[in-house]
Design a protein around this ligand. Structure first.
Ligand SMILES: [Zn+2]
Length: 421
């Protein structure tokens, strides 16, 4: 029955049918949650129709962190006894928060892998015969493990790049003739930089697909272009969160991300909490009932379109992918900007290998400058400053940092930092 339903969902193109499937899944899961989950029991009410759903309160990461702090170590968002859970992961803590712990049951882990195999890898054209290299350290962060498990489920050969230097990873990829690379977009460019220094030929390698997550880079045209030029491969984006699961993947039209609607309910809300085409993405997962999230504010700023996509996907599209984190937005002389907009200019310069946006508050104003690291020592910032000014409408001062002084990350790169740090 479950297999049959899943087959129907993949092929459904009717929005009403999709909504019906979502509501059925939600109601079945919610019945268990309301009966046994202390975190949600008092916050939620029974949902009979969409009107009831829209009256459910929104939840934030701060709510979850506070709950885990008050009820260590896992908090009260548990629908089942602890014995039912088989995996523990945690968020990266990259935003400076305490890491959030997250548990999965065997069923919810299987749900993760199924979405990777049937949606994310499927969209990128990754198949059973592929050799997939994971350029990650395999710590407690869930992304690597779910991507690895999903590729294995697909029947691909999965190669861990844990506990390796960048050079070792490159030599492994080449020696083992990997066809697919998974990494953050920044780290893919870092690997390309190292390959360049070592004289290794990435363009001539077997890598034909790269899949990236953790940062918006693969949906930023200039960053995607830089990765594709370095590898001679097609670059795909994937969105997801430790707390929520894998939520989306690049559209083959290359102008956005399709959200995996059979497995989540997505909403976009404006600053007043009203439905909008542009605002914060809010999500409810429909396959992780041991530790579920209902109307969770992702903190991701998006614009979406329900217009039918020419790629054939019936699912809603985030135009241009995730534009940025709501809390990463900065303001220069009244203009609201996201690091991704700066990255789209910076990545047009192959000489630039790393960058960071420095922000200092002066007289209630953001004073922002861009610090870059380049391959050659004699890079003139004038042209870059002019391009930034033209694209963003405001002036950003650029400064060249010494080679090797900006932070390197194989995880989420921090693109904004306070000046002086
Ligand atoms: Zn599409």
């Amino acid at each position: 029955m479950r297999a049959l339903r899943s087959a129907t969902v993949r092929s459904t193109t009717d929005p009403d049918e999709l909504r019906e499937i979502q509501l059925t899944k939600l109601r079945a899961g919610l019945a268990e949650v309301l009966a046994a989950n202390a975190f949600w029991r008092d916050r939620l009410h029974d949902v009979r129709g969409w009107g009831d759903f829209e009256r459910l309160p929104l939840a934030t990461k701060a709510d979850l962190l506070a709950d885990q702090a008050a009820h260590p170590p896992y908090g009260t968002n548990l629908t089942y006894p602890l014995e039912r859970f088989v995996r523990l992961h945690q968020t990266s803590g990259s935003s400076g928060d305490q890491p959030l712990r997250w548990l999965d049951t065997a069923e919810s882990w299987d749900w993760w892998l199924k979405i990777w195999a049937e949606h994310v890898y499927h969209a990128a054209g990754v198949k059973a015969g592929d050799r997939v290299f994971f350029a990650f350290s395999f710590g407690p962060f869930v992304g690597f493990w779910s991507a690895f498990g999903g590729a294995q489920r697909l029947g691909a050969l999965c190669i861990s790049g844990g506990a390796m230097t960048s050079e070792q990873r490159l030599r492994n990829m080449l020696d083992l003739r990997a066809t697919v690379l998974l990494s953050t977009p920044t780290y893919a460019l870092r690997l390309a930089d190292v390959a360049n220094e070592l004289g290794l030929d990435l363009r001539g390698s077997d890598v034909r697909v790269t899949i990236h997550a953790g940062e918006p880079g693969a949906s930023i045209p200039a960053a995607r272009g830089a990765i594709e030029a370095a590898y001679g491969a097609t670059c795909f984006d994937h969105t997801g969160m430790t707390e929520l699961g894998p939520t989306g993947h690049s559209c083959s039209q290359r102008d956005g991300i399709h959200l995996i609607e059979p497995e989540f309910i997505f909403e976009v809300l404006d600053a007043n909490g009203n439905p909008s085409d542009e605002g914060e993405l809010v999500a409810t997962n429909l396959g992780r009932w041991g530790m579920p999230l209902i109307r969770y504010r992702t903190g991701d700023r998006v614009r979406w379109s329900r217009e039918r996509c020419s790629c054939g996907s019936p699912f809603v599209k985030l135009l241009g992918g995730i534009r940025g984190r709501v809390d990463d937005m900065f303001t220069v002389r009244g203009v609201n900007l996201f690091p991704s907009q700066v990255e789209d200019i910076v990545r047009r310069y192959p000489e630039v290998v790393e960058f960071v946006i420095e922000r200092r508050r002066e007289r209630q104003m953001d004073e922002v400058s861009l610090v870059i690291e380049t391959v050659a020592g004699n890079f003139s910032t004038e042209r870059l400053e002019a391009d930034l000014r033209q694209a963003l409408g405001v002036r950003l001062k650029c400064r060249v940092a010494e080679r090797g002084t900006l932070p390197r990350s194989e995880h989420k790169a921090k693109r904004i930092r306070p000046a002086g740090s």
